[in-house]
Design a binder for this molecule. Structure first.
Ligand SMILES: [Zn+2]
Length: 225
């Protein structure tokens, strides 16, 4: 008995023609338009929802966070050419640096009564908890033009860990065009242009996880504990 699900020659050709038309026609136009329109729209929504604390706005914030996640995946998946593959490699190396720094901070706070180091000595403090071969490497972002690629969130200087209400959302170390070691600061000290994948930067958060975030969402991160 003939398989009822098997494509006939004509039907199969029609299907593949339709898929080619879909991917080269409407999708090729609609996706970039959605992509371009989403950035300012999401930025506006995040900016104005930051100050509203209602159940409805929380739901919208979750939906916006999901939208950002989808856009992030889209950005990374759309990197298929050689130059972009190199960008992804540099971003990954930077993420590994921040991960090493975050782990060093975790060890430091355990030794020092669950308290962050002073902002003016954060690199010196972290170095003592890094393997010697990595102690000088991890503080340089491979995409940075400056000799030191990162800065510590000065709002956490000497702060007890228990005073950070949302560790998974609070920035600990961020990308910065630092010209000297032990640089610290906040949102205004991000590099002039996004450093990775053209649109964003890497961050290490207080709970030690690291993440790439689009620059337009930098204001929605927690910079004060
Ligand atoms: Zn970097």
């Amino acid at each position: 008995m003939a398989n009822p699900f098997a494509n006939t020659g004509v039907e199969g050709t029609m299907k593949s023609t339709f898929l080619v038309w879909l991917s080269h026609g409407p999708l090729a136009i609609v996706l970039p338009v959605l992509w371009l329109a989403s950035s300012p729209a999401l930025h506006y929504a995040f900016k104005h929802l930051r100050h509203i604390q209602t159940v409805g706005s929380s739901l919208v914030r979750i939906l916006l966070a999901l939208a950002e996640l989808v856009l992030t995946v889209f950005t990374i998946l759309s990197c298929s050419h050689a130059g972009c593959a190199r960008e992804v490699r540099l971003k990954t190396r930077c993420t590994q640096n921040l991960r090493e720094i975050a782990i060093a901070f975790s060890a430091y706070t355990q030794d020092w009564d669950e308290r962050f180091p002073p902002a003016g000595k954060w690199m010196d403090a972290a170095k003592k908890y890094l393997p010697p071969e990595k102690a000088n490497q991890v503080f340089t972002c491979p995409s940075a033009l400056s000799p030191f690629g990162y800065a510590f969130n000065s709002a956490l200087s000497s702060l007890p860990l228990t005073q950070v209400t949302f560790p998974a959302e609070t920035v600990m170390v961020f990308e910065c065009d630092a010209k000297k070691p032990n640089a610290s600061g906040g949102l205004k000290d991000l590099p002039q242009t996004p450093r990775h994948l053209s649109e964003g930067d890497n961050y290490a958060f207080v709970d030690c996880h690291t993440q790439w975030r689009r620059r337009i969402f930098a204001t929605s991160l927690r910079w004060n504990p």
